[in-house]
Design a protein around this ligand. Structure first.
Ligand SMILES: [Zn+2]
Length: 620
């Protein structure tokens, strides 16, 4: 029924856009079936547009969508129950002509006001839904819009349901003056209660989301999604241009700009919205871990032998040294391959379980070089191999999305988790995007935001640590690198969900620790964790960075050393130095170990977890 209604209104409006014909000439195509794309100017067939989620099939331009049409695209058929369909007109300032304007908008849009709210299911997941409709006085927020949102959110809090709001607005409803302004506070306050009740709010920003709506409910999502190219901003571009007297750059205030600046988690194409939102909703429902122990016996045996022999005899294949060095290393260090070369003649490991031999002992420096090897798997490799359905979320909500940190939600044997990794690149281009795995303050703030989000929804957190160190640079200091790291140590110390950190490569100093205040810290056998790079250490204490191999030894940077010192709980054995080919062996081990970890720590109360973490560091 909805569909028919919409076909009707849509085509009615469309007749305005029929292809132009010269005067007196009969149009060759039936009226109402075609319209001209207001983005690319090409004639497009209405049916094609409707079947393409109201996206131009010629230029991929996004048309604005009527509220009911959007609900129809999003909500499972027959599940939508509308709330507050009729609400009385309100004219708090007795503004002349306002009633007439609202009545005209009602007539034109067949809507009572600029938002439709209600309850429905998305891919089987129940949610409260609100959708703004731009046809109604540019979907500006007056008393009725504010009231409908607030009532919907309050009811969602009572019924323990998530809320999804599709924002689209010119801002406040000017005709309602200060009362309109108060709707910003009213809706935000209702969302705060919903949040405190541990419920999820997904905000979806569509074109345009501006003014008071941007400065209230639209920006308060636990997860903020946006449609491609949507205009999103507090002040409209024309106002800004007039104020500053200059033209704004291309792409300014578009969804992609907001993503880059850390305010949007993810841009989702309209065709994918139902699936993505459905998946996010599903991942925010409570699911228990369901693990089948799947480690093959021979592998378990091999690991046992391995663990017993750890740190005594390792074959050390020579390898290409990671090209990507830290600035520190580039400045001071001679990354000669001496260490690796010395051991190049060592025993070749085959697929068999390694046998301790007591010869060809791997030095600390060998481990340092291995931890930096260019072909070592990076955080996303582990995330993809260990978890399912990873959805990446972007941004710190303050300034930027830092490519050196990736994070989001994923499933571990059916249980939702938050995963965050320090991310190195795999080639030069990728490394520039990832800043060679050196996070900026924005990266640490993104990580913390995702951890706090995990805490809200009771998800365990798994961090993958792999950084030469926090980024050393002007902008990093300007935005408070020290503060960002300190804040993470502070907040992570009593996070009320289990936290596991795994050092997969380099664990460089405070930049690594900012993601390793965990209940347990594990290290891969060939990972390192240190106060400073051995090169830096050598140049400070020995006034000679070439003495890095010596420094590596005294610094106690290897997994074996740290385990002996009681600073880490587990060493993930590397039968051979980690690379893409043997990744599955490592992740199989980690999968089992993680299941064990979760079984242990999920059984603890929030207080016990915080206490355990406190004591873990207190004794150091
Ligand atoms: Zn087009």
């Amino acid at each position: 029924m909805l569909r028919n209604m919409f076909k009707k209104t849509y085509t009615k409006i469309d007749t305005k856009f029929r292809p132009q014909t010269k005067a007196g000439e009969e149009p060759a195509i039936p009226q109402g079936m075609w319209r001209k794309c207001n983005k690319c100017g090409q004639p497009i067939y209405v049916e094609d547009v409707m079947n393409n989620y109201y996206v131009c099939p010629k230029c991929d331009g996004y048309f604005r969508v009527h509220a009911y049409r959007r609900i129809e695209m999003l909500v499972d058929e027959g599940t939508f129950e509308e709330w507050n369909k009729e609400m009385n007109f309100s004219n708090p300032l007795d503004f002349p002509g306002y009633e007439k304007k609202v009545m005209a908008a009602r007539e034109k849009s067949h809507l009572n006001e600029a938002i439709v709210t209600g309850k429905g299911k998305i891919e089987g997941n129940p949610a409260v839904i609100g959708v703004c409709d731009a046809r109604f006085i540019m979907s500006s927020m007056g008393h009725v819009v504010g009231e409908k949102i607030t009532e919907a959110v309050e009811r969602a809090t009572r019924e323990k349901l998530p809320v999804i709001l599709f924002a689209c607005s010119g801002g406040a409803r000017m005709q309602e003056g200060i009362v309109s302004l108060m709707q910003m506070a009213k809706t935000s306050a209702a969302l705060k209660r919903h949040h405190e009740a541990g419920q999820l709010f997904i905000s979806v920003l569509t074109d345009p989301t501006t003014g008071g709506v941007t400065a209230s409910f639209a920006m308060l999502g636990d997860i903020i999604l946006a449609e491609p190219h949507a205009l999103i901003g507090f002040a409209g571009p024309r106002v800004i241009e007039q104020t500053i007297g200059q033209k704004l750059p291309e792409g300014f205030q578009r969804a992609e700009f907001l993503l880059e600046h850390g305010f949007v988690d993810k841009i989702v194409e309209r065709r994918d919205q139902k699936r993505v939102i459905g998946q996010i909703l599903y991942m925010h429902r409570s699911h228990k871990m369901n693990v089948e122990r799947k480690m093959p016996e021979d592998f378990a045996e091999a690991l046992k032998a391995r663990r017993e022999g750890l740190g005594t005899a390792e074959a050390m294949p020579s390898g290409e040294v990671r090209e990507t060095r830290t600035m520190e290393e580039a400045a001071g260090a001679d990354m000669s391959e001496n260490g690796a070369a010395a051991e190049a003649g060592g025993t070749e490991t085959s697929g068999e379980a390694p046998v301790p031999q007591g010869t060809a002992e791997k030095t600390a420096w060998d481990t340092v070089l291995l931890s930096r090897k260019a072909d070592r798997p990076v955080a996303t490799d582990y995330i993809e191999a260990i978890f399912d359905e990873f959805i990446e979320f972007h941004g710190d909500r303050y300034f930027k999305d830092d490519g050196a940190i990736v994070g989001g939600i994923a499933m571990f044997h059916g249980m939702p988790v938050t995963v965050i990794g320090q991310q190195k690149g795999k080639n030069t281009k990728d490394n520039i995007k990832r800043n060679f795995g050196m996070p900026s303050p924005d990266g640490y703030r993104k990580a913390l935001r995702l951890m706090k989000q995990a805490e809200t929804f009771g998800r365990p957190v798994i961090c993958f640590v792999d950084t030469p160190g926090a980024f050393c640079g002007l902008e990093a200091e300007e935005r408070g690198q020290g503060e960002a790291i300190a804040r993470n140590l502070f907040e992570m110390s009593d996070l009320s969900v289990p936290v596991l950190s795994v050092v997969i490569g380099e664990g460089g100093s405070g930049g690594a620790l900012a993601m390793a205040v965990a209940d347990e810290v594990w290290m891969l056998e060939n990972a390192i964790y240190s106060i400073l790079s051995p090169e830096g250490f050598a140049s400070i204490l020995y006034k000679d960075s070439k003495k890095a191999p010596e420094a590596a030894k005294v610094m106690k940077v290897t997994a074996g050393d740290l385990k002996k010192l009681g600073l880490i709980e587990r060493i993930v054995p590397e039968e051979e130095p980690a690379c893409t080919d043997n990744l599955y062996r490592l992740t199989e081990y980690m999968d089992n170990a993680m299941a064990e970890f979760f079984e242990t720590y999920l059984a603890m109360t929030k207080e016990e977890l915080a206490e355990h973490r406190y004591e873990r560091f207190r004794r150091m």
